[in-house]
Write a protein that binds this ligand. Structure first.
Ligand SMILES: Nc1ncnc2c1ncn2[C@@H]1O[C@H](COP(=O)(O)OP(=O)(O)OP(=O)(O)O)[C@@H](O)[C@H]1O
Ligand SMILES: [Mg+2]
Length: 466
């Protein structure tokens, strides 16, 4: 028995015979328990109701109220309290009755010290497990999870992502993962597959659609027949066939050409496709996950992405937060990456300096987790001491330059330049008394361009300085 653990538990011994009472008291005290004694059931009940008592060891035969009655009372007011009853020969039946009424167990008299210690040990063990479970549950309920399927992060935004993944995993729905570059779309796709009890263990096929030309992508996805195009020297299965009834993850979906979009739409609508150069129609049974870091609605508006395909894809969307939207996770991610790359590089790095912490928090992370991961990997390799310092971070100058996050804040350069461009056009227009020919000439653009920009920026007479 562990005395340190035992010291958290209190035992009450109830017996009208002082010798028995006191010897048990000694046994428990030596084992580290908080032990108390009572000479009657009434006295015991008083203690149980007013103090914290975890375990009661009571004689069945007590002067007035019996041990059995005491047990019933305790179970009524303090059901968590465990009761062990001690019985002489001949009263075993009552003892069995006691168990029916919620006693933990009974022991026979004369009491064997080891036997009672064993029983108490079991109770303590049970309590410990219950407590650990409760702590774990509380931890999960209150603080949420620190990680999920290889994703690190305890922020509220990530908790929602974890829950969403769990709830959609076992459906057959197509899932659309959207988020800036480096936010972990690949990890989410894998997590969906792993959380899906019907597909886990089956193929998970990932296709980086942006990396392939149109012809190659089509044959990669759907397969081809010998001679279907130059270089098709034999029949080939496509990724949809490889994926079987597992998961197929189409990354960079924005790279699909209009013709391929039609073919994908058919897979999504009818679950069928053909190999290039083949006329046999095949069934696609894999769950489809697609991802892009682009704004698909914008692509639809521009006519670069089919609207009907967009609606088919966008049944369930998982929108990943950028790192700058969940900076509270940076600490945890840094720890995770330090550990990962220390191990990989055989180094003993324990943390980062306060200055580095500040730099990392101020940075706007346009490349999100991938950028953070690369920075930490580089720093771990560079670091000469156990603590990563400012000079260990690669491109520290770049970090300093982007330490104006309020201005940049991850928006693309084009967007950032819009406001000054608008201001400039208005200023020039005012200089030229709103003569558009003059203003266009002064800006070095033609009249139509000026006109278009004025429409785009909603520049009207209201902006005219009187
Ligand atoms: N929550 C996370 N915890 C730990 N590592 C992460 C997390 N999110 C992303 N990463 C890591 O960051 C890197 C980028 O992730 P991933 O490739 O999934 O991003 P992505 O969103 O697919 O980016 P892209 O649009 O550029 O393809 C990977 O090395 C991945 O392991
Ligand atoms: Mg990716």
């Amino acid at each position: 028995m562990d005395k340190e653990i035992n010291s958290h538990y209190s035992i009450l011994i109830v017996d009208d015979e002082p010798l028995i009472r006191e010897s048990l008291y000694e046994v428990f005290r030596i084992e580290g328990f908080k032990a108390r004694m009572a000479s009657s059931a009434e006295e015991a009940l008083e203690i149980v109701n007013n103090d914290k008592v975890d375990i009661v060891v009571a004689d069945l035969k007590l002067p007035q109220m019996t041990g059995l009655e005491l047990l019933k009372e305790i179970k009524k007011s303090k059901p968590q309290t465990e009761v062990i009853l001690a019985t002489g020969y001949g009263t075993i039946e009552t003892a069995v009755d006691a168990i029916k009424h919620g006693a933990y167990d009974y022991i026979t008299k004369p009491i064997n010290d080891n036997e009672v210690k064993l029983l108490i040990g079991k109770i303590v063990e049970k309590r410990q497990i219950l407590e650990e479970n409760r702590n774990l549950r509380d931890f999960i309920a209150q603080r949420g999870r620190n990680a999920f399927c290889g994703m690190t992060g305890s922020s509220e935004k990530m908790q929602k992502i974890y829950q969403l993944i769990e709830s959609v995993a076992s459906t057959n729905a197509t899932i659309f993962i959207n988020g800036e570059s480096g936010t972990g779309k690949g990890l989410v796709a894998r997590a969906i597959h792993e959380s899906d009890h019907n597909r886990k263990g089956k193929p998970f096929i990932e296709v980086s659609c942006g990396a392939l030309s149109e012809t190659l992508l089509e044959s990669e996805l759907f397969g081809h027949m010998k001679g279907a195009f130059t270089g098709a020297i034999k029949d080939k299965e496509g990724r949809f066939e490889f994926a079987k009834d597992g998961t197929i993850f189409l990354d960079e979906i924005d790279a699909f050409s209009p013709a391929l979009q039609v073919k994908l739409l058919r897979v999504l609508q009818d679950g069928v496709f053909e190999r290039v150069g083949d006329n046999i129609t095949r069934k696609a049974s894999a769950r489809i996950i697609v991802a892009t870091n682009q704004n698909l609605t914008e692509l639809v508006e521009r006519g670069d992405f089919r609207e009907d395909l967009y609606y088919r894809i966008n049944v369930i969307m998982i929108k990943l937060p950028s790192l700058r939207e969940r900076k509270e996770d940076i600490d945890l991610l840094v720890k995770y990456f330090i550990e990962k790359y220390s191990k990989k590089n055989n180094k003993k790095i324990t943390g980062i300096s306060e200055e580095v912490k500040r730099i990392l928090l101020e940075h706007s992370w346009p490349g999100n987790i991938r950028e953070l991961e690369n920075a930490i990997e580089g720093a771990v390799i560079m670091a000469k001491t156990e603590i990563i310092n400012r000079w260990d971070i690669p491109n520290v100058a770049k970090f300093a330059a982007t330490a104006t996050p309020k201005l940049v804040n991850g928006r693309p350069l084009k967007k950032i330049l819009e406001q000054p461009e608008r201001d400039l056009i208005i200023a020039v227009l005012n200089e030229c008394g709103w003569n558009r020919n003059k203003a266009a000439a002064s800006l070095g653009i033609n009249r139509t361009t000026l006109y278009n920009k004025m429409v785009k920026y909603k520049i009207t007479d209201k902006d005219r300085k009187l």
